[in-house]
Ligand binder design. Structure first.
Ligand code: NAP
Length: 278
């Protein structure tokens, strides 16, 4: 029977630890740590994600400052808001919900978040530090994946890891973190040839594609670890887990796998940022 990597349970465990750390911060500083969340426009999925992050702040005893900006916001307006938050001593972390409307230069806005408040790990300089194995806040979903692998004692060193997807917030940083843990890493993307063959050699499969049930059971090597970071309409991930899970040695379910831990990692990095202000 494969091991179910229970992200929901692990996220509760992390949150319980964070509650205690937040209580200490409050006692020492007399202040409640604040995560600023910026939502530009009203994309329904983004509205839900920001609400979930605000709720998580409350669960661990922090507060969230919700900044909602109109669909027509310009890059300059958003940069100005980020500058204000960078300079606001009451705010210890800044989350800019991805994606922003098309007219905005998202990259420039991510890079405007100062490193010490970049608790969602979106700044390019932070990515560079993280890739070099140096201290930096990490992109939350790749950090969630690494934390789950570590929590469940899944060996990474020397293993063949195939990451499907190369986005700046997920595939690329996940590949860098796996490489730092001495996996042999292949990053696959839409131009990869013979993807099923590439996936078949993986001991660890990280699916970060954004296509429902994309990874088929016959692509999966017997005993592989399946990490499904995808979350698609119909509450399904990127791996056809109904058929593939039984071939794996361990897998993350969808929902209840990587998703809840991603939010817990955002909280964890926000708490770390608040602790550094003490
Ligand atoms: P994204 O920016 O759309 O990137 C998707 C990646 O998949 C791209 O690199 C793309 O390749 C690759 N791809 C697309 N079609 C492919 C194909 N036929 N074969 C191989 N690779 C292919 O998506 P993302 O933001 O990384 O998100 C990926 C998934 O993770 C989504 O389901 C999203 O909802 C989920 N997600 C979950 C969390 C969480 O908290 N659990 C957080 C973020 C995202 P190219 O680069 O060549 O285009």
């Amino acid at each position: 029977m494969p091991l179910i990597i229970d992200g929901k349970a692990y996220s509760l465990h992390v949150e319980n630890e964070l509650k205690q750390r937040v209580a200490v911060i409050k006692e020492k500083s007399g202040k409640t740590p604040v995560l600023a969340t910026i939502l530009v426009g009203a994309d329904p999925a983004s509205v839900t994600y920001v609400r979930m992050k605000g709720n998580a702040c409350e669960r661990v005893g922090m507060s969230s400052q919700k900044i909602e900006m109109s669909e027509n916001t310009t890059t300059d307006e958003l940069l100005l808001k980020i500058k204000e938050l960078n300079e606001n001593d009451d705010v210890c972390g800044i989350l800019l919900q991805h994606p922003v409307p098309k007219q905005i230069d998202e990259h420039a806005c991510f890079n405007a978040i100062c490193l010490k408040k970049d608790v969602d790990g979106v700044n390019t300089a932070g990515f560079g530090l993280m890739s070099m194995g140096l201290p930096a806040y990490k992109s939350a979903t790749p950090l969630a994946i690494m934390s789950l692998l570590s929590h469940y004692n899944i060996e990474i060193e020397g293993k063949e890891a195939v990451v499907i997807g190369r986005s700046a917030i997920l595939g690329k940083p996940a590949a860098a973190l796996l490489l730092n843990e001495n996996a042999t890493v292949t990053v696959a993307h839409s131009k990869t040839k013979n993807l099923p063959e590439v996936v078949r050699r993986a001991d660890i499969v990280i699916a970060a594609v954004g296509k429902p049930l994309f990874v088929k059971s016959d692509w999966v090597k017997q005993g592989a670890v399946l990490i499904d970071a995808g979350y698609n309409k119909g509450n399904v991930g990127d791996i056809d887990l109904i058929n593939a899970a039984s071939k794996s040695s361990a897998y993350t379910p969808v929902p209840g796998g990587v998703g809840p831990v991603t939010i817990a990692m955002l909280m964890k990095q926000t708490v770390e940022a608040a602790e550094k202000l003490l």
